[in-house]
Write a protein that binds this ligand. Structure first.
Ligand SMILES: NC(=O)c1ccc[n+]([C@@H]2O[C@H](COP(=O)([O-])OP(=O)(O)OC[C@H]3O[C@@H](n4cnc5c(N)ncnc54)[C@H](O)[C@@H]3O)[C@@H](O)[C@H]2O)c1
Length: 345
């Protein structure tokens, strides 16, 4: 079989990365994928398609994006890089920001430096940024020119990486594209994230906990939609996308309390199963994507509505208990706040 393209996917054993790899290999039978993943607590080989690994179309490399030798060798064999690798959980960044800067900022610097070194081969670098770089909405919907005002160390690290990527387009003409997905959810996400905590609490017959009043509102994107947005970016000609930023969102904001009620109803629990805890420091009040640029330039629009996406997610967690049971103890993260108070979130 002639190989059409080789994609280097960093962080491909994590939640979104593994969905992307699985869908990409199914959709493009002549492509090969190399996954480079450090397998932190958030990554798992079990997320990746075993048949593709056995068949040789998927090569897994255990290691860090911060390793110059590894990144050099793998980038040299790649036509495009999709860069997911990051530390991703906001509360963890409040406990210990250092590893977020190391992976999210310095790791991105390594991805860019190696892509530059191998620019004769690498035709596109897709950087997976985050809507968190915007901070709370000062105008809605939030377009790609919305001010950047990250509210947590995670968001600040992602913002640093996002701007570093942009600088490589300006300075060196590197063919980069930045995607800013809003809050993703779906099957296989780590239990520390909100939707997974709600879903698994519902399945375990525990209270569904919500920070503060639950009024914080987000734009919830089913993970398959994000994967499709990345495919659109990989397909578009340079003139349409290089050096550009695109939101990946639905344009609809739903608050956390409503999310808890939806999950509770889907799981057949009653509204009394929702409990409130302290508000989270650095909480973003409102996030909602402007979708116009992605629709007009990429021809991309999300397809999976919130109710359908939550139903798919709940069904997966119901049917795959053995996959997530071992993570139960990681649903809360120990946090020390600015006053030195210790608590679990
Ligand atoms: N999940 C969301 O809601 C969301 C929203 C917007 C943007 N993003 C971004 O999308 C990307 C993927 O998010 P996710 O939810 O899949 O995260 P995740 O935490 O599930 O996966 C991250 C992956 O990166 C790997 N990794 C960590 N450090 C590494 C290193 N030094 N070298 C190589 N691999 C390393 C981990 O092992 C893991 O497999 C991240 O960049 C994140 O910031 C996520």
């Amino acid at each position: 079989m002639t190989v059409e393209r080789t994609l280097l996917v960093t962080g491909g054993a994590g939640f979104i990365g593994a969905h992307f790899v699985t869908r990409h290999l199914a959709r493009f039978p002549r492509d090969r994928v190399i996954v480079l993943d450090a397998l932190t607590y958030a990554g798992s080989l079990g997320n990746l398609p075993e048949d593709a690994m056995r068949g040789g179309r998927l090569e897994f490399v255990h290691g860090s994006v911060r390793s110059p030798a590894l990144m050099d060798a793998l980038t040299a064999r790649s036509d495009a890089v999709v860069h997911f690798a990051a530390e991703t959980h906001v509360p963890r960044s409040i406990v210990d920001a250092l590893v977020f800067l190391e992976t999210d900022v310095l790791g991105t610097q390594m991805v860019l430096a190696q892509a530059l070194r191998h620019r004769d081969r690498v035709r596109r670098v897709v950087h997976i940024s985050s809507s968190e770089v915007y901070g709370s909405a000062v105008r809605t919907p939030m377009d790609e020119d919305h001010p950047l005002d990250p509210c947590t160390p995670y968001a600040a690290a992602k913002c640093g990486a996002d701007r570093l990527v942009s600088s490589f387009a300006h300075t060196y003409g590197l063919p980069v594209v930045i995607l800013r997905p809003f809050n993703n959810y779906g099957p296989g996400q780590h239990l520390e994230k909100l939707v997974q905590r709600l879903v698994t609490s519902a399945l375990l017959d525990e209270p569904l906990t919500v920070h503060g009043t639950g009024a914080a509102a987000r734009d919830w994107v089913f993970v398959h939609d994000t994967c499709d947005a990345i495919e659109c970016v990989l397909e578009r000609p340079d003139a349409d996308v290089v050096g550009q930023v695109f939101n990946v969102g639905t344009g609809i904001a739903t608050d956390v309390l409503t999310m808890a009620r939806k999950v509770s109803a889907l799981a057949g629990r009653d509204a009394a199963s929702i409990a409130h805890t302290d508000e989270r420091p650095g909480q973003v009040r409102l996030h909602v994507a402007a979708t116009k640029k992605a629709i007009e330039t990429l021809g991309f629009e999300t397809r999976i509505g919130l109710d359908a996406g939550l139903a798919l997610t709940l069904a997966w967690y119901r049917e795959n208990r053995a996959r997530w049971e071992p993570q139960r103890w990681m649903r809360s993260v120990p946090v020390v706040d600015g006053d030195g108070r210790f608590s679990w979130w």
